[in-house]
Design a binder for this molecule. Structure first.
Ligand code: HEC
Ligand code: HEC
Ligand code: HEC
Length: 435
């Protein structure tokens, strides 16, 4: 930004010190990692909180339409001491006879894996199959022992310690009997496979989706219009009789030029890594008196406005300061940490060694090394809404059975910093658009 005049900056710092002292919400006691425990300033549905309804069953408060189930599995919280479930070695039971028909139904069942999310098998009704795991259309030809397949489905980590396949038996997702049926089904899959009529049915030949048109064209991207309307927020005075425009002079495009290229960054005043969204949750109330909670419409709109002033400029996050290096190490560990009921890591779906650039069901998985951040917040065409990066994180983990963290948590901020390093040097382009 064009720096605010020195006396103003000084006054502002003094004001922060004062408000931190009396509000007590900014400076909190450090937790076991030595980081401050952060009090969330997100909208209620983005805080990762729980409530206990009259039936006494703990339910998560989540966005409308999302599950309220309490997963109660390992999370990304730095103070969550739980380990991933230990590897289980099992022996094929002899009491049950496998039924290939039941096995096939389980293989395709949306309530279960579905296995077809990652594996192709023959049949026109198999739709949409993914390619994260190997094609199993002729696995029966390999004459693999039943015991091997049973163990593999129960807990593949015995053979592939770093697998992205969930340990279905260990996590209690599939029963012993169900796995016996699956084994029986897989053994019936012998070639030759009839020639493919529809290239899109096969994820290995399916066309990759093209882009979404010009993301900065308002007739194509509704978020571009929302961003324009955020100019009014920039000039609106809050209860403290100040507007963003009063302190950041010269219009938002000039005042905020280049600022977003440096976020997420370690902000000294708050002693934590922050994205633009995170920063505004604290900065807006402190300077204007107006709350601007994370994942609120106004926070997203102002964030898009601020970021837009850097469009075309290369991302340039700090990777070298002591604070950044410590945060990056934690963010990277989070990226590779397996969590949730399905014991998945971000890396399972978003690294080229694993799922990235392949199909998970019908969805082509983004590749972290190409950069997944420079177009956030973005318009989601299938949700008709703007999503911030943190809502995306929260969503990615929900179907996998992990309780989400608060949108503005330090854990997510450091994870986002790690992801953003892959975008360093690439031009910002906000708001993006995705299906
Ligand atoms: C998230 C993706 C994913 C899902 C869902 C998934 N798998 Fe897998 N599966 C894999 C991957 C990846 C491998 C390859 C092993 C490796 O390298 O980790 C694999 C390997 C296998 C193999 C061994 C194949 C071989 O060629 O040796 C079998 C059998 C298998 N999966 C069965 C299943 C069944 C049954 C289900 C559903 C209950 C399922 N998988 C669901 C990812 C998945
Ligand atoms: C009372 C004056 C004041 C008001 C009102 C104000 N700011 Fe600021 N803002 C500052 C000062 C001073 C800084 C510099 C703080 C620093 O660099 O440590 C700053 C920093 C920022 C930064 C980070 C700049 C950087 O280079 O990292 C952003 C983004 C920002 N403000 C956006 C806003 C928005 C959006 C609003 C309206 C909701 C707003 N500000 C309202 C005084 C103000
Ligand atoms: C089981 C697979 C799976 C896992 C695990 C997963 N995601 Fe995703 N993710 C998806 C799918 C599917 C999409 C939508 C397609 C796409 O854009 O990659 C997606 C999209 C994204 C995007 C948007 C990409 C873009 O260009 O707009 C980001 C960012 C992202 N994921 C981050 C994460 C992070 C961080 C984690 C770990 C907290 C994670 N994901 C874990 C499946 C997964």
């Amino acid at each position: 930004m064009r720096r605010a005049s020195a006396p103003l900056a000084l006054r502002w710092v003094a004001f922060v010190a004062l408000s931190a002292g009396c509000a007590g919400s900014v400076a909190n006691a450090p937790n076991s990692t030595g980081l401050s425990k952060w009090t969330s300033r997100a909208v209620p549905e983005a805080r990762g909180d729980f409530q206990t309804p009259p039936d006494g069953k703990r339910a998560a408060i989540r966005y409308r339409g999302w599950t309220t189930r309490d997963f109660n599995f390992r999370t990304y919280a730095y103070d969550d001491p739980r380990a991933e479930p230990p590897v289980e070695r099992v022996t094929l039971p002899t009491a049950v006879t496998g039924d290939p028909r039941k096995g096939r139904a389980l293989f395709l069942s949306r309530d279960k894996g579905p296995c077809t999310g990652c594996h192709l098998v023959p049949g026109d009704e198999v739709w949409p199959a993914g390619s994260v795991g190997p094609d199993q259309s002729t696995i029966g030809d390999r004459k693999l022992p039943d015991q091997y397949l049973y163990q593999l489905i129960w807990d593949a980590r015995v053979f592939f310690p770093n697998t992205s396949m969930p340990p279905w038996g260990t996590i209690g997702f599939l029963s012993s009997e169900e796995i016996v049926h699956l084994v029986a089904y897989l053994q019936t899959l012998t070639g030759p496979v009839p020639p493919e009529k529809d290239p899109d049915r096969n994820p290995f030949t399916r066309r990759k989706p093209l882009g979404f048109g010009d993301n900065l064209d308002p007739t194509n991207n509704p978020a571009a219009l929302l961003t324009e309307s955020a100019e009014a927020l920039w000039t609106a005075r809050g209860p403290m009789a100040k507007a963003c425009a009063d302190c950041h002079e010269g219009g938002v495009a000039r005042a905020m030029r280049g600022v977003a290229t440096r976020y997420p960054k370690f902000v000294k005043t708050y002693r934590r890594v922050m994205s633009v969204e995170d920063f505004l949750t604290v900065h807006a109330p402190e300077t204007t008196g107006r709350p601007l909670p994370a994942e609120s419409t106004d926070n997203l709109r102002l964030t898009m406005l601020v970021k837009q002033a850097s469009n075309g400029l290369p991302v340039n996050v700090d990777t070298s300061s002591v604070e950044a290096r410590a945060a990056l190490a934690r963010g990277q560990a989070t990226f590779y940490k397996r969590v949730g009921e399905r014991n998945h890591a971000c890396a399972d779906c978003h690294t080229p060694e694993k799922g990235a650039n392949k199909f998970l069901g019908g969805r082509l998985l983004g590749d972290v090394t190409n950069g997944l951040t420079k177009h956030f917040p973005l318009w989601r065409t299938d949700q008709s809404a703007v999503w911030g990066m943190r809502r995306r994180f929260q969503w990615c983990m929900t179907p996998l059975g992990m309780n989400m963290l608060a949108a503005d948590s330090i854990e997510y901020a450091e994870l986002e910093l790690y992801l953003t390093t892959f975008d360093n040097g690439k031009p910002l382009s906000v708001p993006g658009i995705r299906h």
